[in-house]
Design a protein around this ligand. Structure first.
Ligand code: ADP
Ligand code: MG
Length: 258
């Protein structure tokens, strides 16, 4: 039978169907995640900075669990402790009290060497200012972490090349960072984070220096990486960026807001 109802009702129905589909997808997602094991487990974690005789408490008792395969954003105002938290999660910085277990290992007792090994094996980093080596080509920048893992030259180049191709940078392999746009530099940095195939990617304001369209492209890339099974924790103060992740954690004055 011919549907003679006005158009708006059918589009309303489509919207409702879409909504239901989305709810089902979200429920399936939540279920999928609830069976996974935690990769990041933080309890009552504190950290202060010491400046002269002054103690500045920055993280004031953080409880946080991120499971394998999650795509999480951490939002909060400037100075709320986001970068400090990410540096602790990335074992780039020490914490004072509480507990941090990364992929089943308690971090505090690790020696410097063990911590570095753990970090290199488990984590890829992406930063706001890209942190590329200025006098190295895109391909050399991407291959660099493999050099430290003593991977032979040919394999290093092959893996870096593949990743840069995937990032749409096949024609930019031999360019220096200064010869690339902001978006291209960030894609080089993402390729570098992925080159050792770590299960966890930590990103500190990865879209902070990018325009809206380029930010969207980076988030699209992160979504793909997450779909492939990697865990992502992304710091941002951009609502639109946070909306692209699957869970938003709010940090305020060194505490997680519930
Ligand atoms: P966010 O990334 O949310 O902007 P940060 O983690 O960078 O916040 O900083 C949190 C607080 O810690 C700020 O008050 C900042 O001034 C202070 N801080 C950050 N790094 C240091 C440091 N190395 N030494 C002393 N204080 C610091
Ligand atoms: Mg910061």
């Amino acid at each position: 039978m011919l549907d003679i109802r006005p158009n708006h009702s059918s589009s309303l129905r489509e919207k409702q169907i879409d909504q239901l589909k989305n709810q089902q997808l979200a429920a399936a997602d939540a279920l999928r995640v609830s069976f996974k094991k935690p990769i990041i487990s933080v309890q009552s974690l504190t950290k202060s900075y010491h400046i002269g005789s002054m103690t500045v408490p920055v993280l004031k008792g953080i409880d946080l669990c991120v499971k394998e395969g999650e795509f999480v954003s951490i939002m909060g105002p400037s100075g709320s402790g986001k970068s400090t938290l990410l540096n602790v999660l990335g074992i780039l910085d020490r914490y004072d009290d509480g507990e941090y277990v990364l992929d089943g290992t308690l971090i505090k007792p690790l020696s410097e060497t063990e911590a570095t090994r753990h970090r290199n094996h488990l984590i890829g980093f992406v930063f706001q200012s890209f942190n590329l080596l200025p006098f190295k080509s895109a391909i050399d920048n991407v291959a660099m972490p493999l050099y430290y893992q003593k991977v032979p030259r040919k394999q290093r180049e092959e893996r870096a090349r593949k990743l840069l191709e995937r990032m749409g940078l096949a024609s930019r392999m031999d360019h220096l960072p200064s010869e690339l746009s902001g978006g291209q530099r960030q894609r080089v940095a993402i390729a570098r984070a992925l080159v050792t195939d770590p299960p966890l990617i930590l990103a500190d304001e990865p879209t902070g220096n990018l325009d809206t369209k380029t930010s969207e492209e980076v988030m699209e890339l992160f979504t793909e990486i997450n779909d492939e099974g990697k865990t992502l924790v992304v710091i941002t103060h951009d609502e639109e960026v946070a909306e692209r992740t699957r869970r938003v954690i709010h940090l305020q004055d060194g505490r997680i807001r519930h």
